[in-house]
Design a protein around this ligand. Structure first.
Ligand SMILES: [Zn+2]
Length: 335
């Protein structure tokens, strides 16, 4: 599993194994480039019973086989409920199909709650079953709510025996400073463009360059957008359709994705108004604004709207209003 799949992780993995001085590492950097995979790969390597010092997991020993089957007794993966099945599936680990959403039932939580940390502490205190190590991976670490993070602190500072941690975070600035200070930081940068494009091509993504740019260079996110049905052509058509006030340009999109796309468009138009190229859209796809001021006002409105993107009262009316707002701002910026 894993190792062959994200080829740009090989060098960071070797580096992390060589540089690890602490029992707790914090993989940090942008989302969509394989943080979870790197943390899990570190865990497998620490547990591997046949590798040399600071070498990646062998993939063949008894420990590696247990790991790949998702039944290693010395490994725990802590995820928010909302992410559990999809993350395990993407790692090639066994997972339980989430229940279909039911009326009156709470949505799966995006937080890691204190109950989950308490279960983890029981694991932390038990003796290692195979005697090599015990490893806990937590992803994303910023999903630990305040109570859960505090419950974890003591164990993170003074883990018993063979226990090690690999935390991964897209937003390490929002972690409790007491969590951050107990971990050795391990930056995971964006992969090289050529490596990202080769990987996307191997996954059968057409128009991979445009989608990679659309995500700011994050190949896993580009693949997710492709799998959700977004094409490069549809993405490049978006700025002009929104400028014409075409609600249909966004009406098939979930509100969080729609607002994310509008924020990327606004960002690129502000850059263009300062004579710089866009970052997420091709030059030919973008209108040429003359003034930044209306765009900056629009940006502030988008940031306010983004706070409610998970629960708009009426999604189609909400998107209609956002497109009207975008059309007005783009027209004002063109004058
Ligand atoms: Zn092994």
């Amino acid at each position: 599993m894993l190792s062959a799949d994200l080829p740009w992780l090989q060098a960071p993995l070797a580096d992390a194994l060589a540089r690890a001085r602490s029992h707790a590492l914090l993989v940090q950097g942008p989302a969509g480039v394989g943080q979870l995979e790197l943390a899990v790969k570190l865990a497998q390597s620490w547990l591997c019973e046949d590798r040399g010092e600071a070498q990646p997991a062998c993939g063949r020993c008894a420990s590696c086989k247990l790991f790949a089957s998702g039944t290693h007794p010395d490994f725990q993966l802590l995820l928010p409920e909302a992410l559990d099945a999809s993350a395990r599936e993407s790692l090639g680990l066994p997972f339980e199909e989430p229940d279909a959403p039911k009326a009156g039932k709470a949505k799966p939580s995006k937080e890691i709650k204190v109950e989950a940390v308490r279960n983890l502490l029981a694991f932390a205190q038990a003796t290692s079953a195979r005697g090599k190590a015990k490893v806990v991976v937590i992803f994303p670490a910023e999903a630990l709510n305040g109570i859960a993070a505090n419950a974890l602190l003591k164990t993170l500072e003074e883990p018993s025996g063979l226990l090690r941690f690999a935390l991964a975070s897209h937003d390490s600035a929002s972690l409790l400073p007491t969590i951050r200070s107990r971990c050795q930081p391990l930056p995971l940068p964006l992969p090289e463009r050529s490596a990202a494009l080769a990987w996307l091509a191997s996954k059968g993504v057409d128009g991979a360059e445009g989608l990679l740019d659309a995500t700011g260079g994050r190949p896993q996110q580009a693949l997710a957008w492709h799998e959700a049905g977004l094409t490069d052509a549809a993405w490049q058509a978006l700025p002009k359709r929104v400028a014409r006030g075409e609600v249909a340009a966004l009406s098939d999109w979930a509100p969080p994705r729609a607002i994310d796309a509008l924020q990327r468009l606004c960002h690129d138009l502000v850059r263009r108004s300062h004579g710089r190229p866009g970052q997420f859209f091709a030059a030919a796809s973008l209108p040429s604004p003359k003034r930044a001021a209306p765009l900056l006002g629009w940006d502030a409105e988008l940031r306010r709207a983004a706070r409610h993107a998970d629960h708009p009262l009426n999604a189609s009316l909400w998107i209609e209003a956002l497109v009207a707002q975008a059309q007005t701002a783009i027209a004002a910026a063109a004058r």
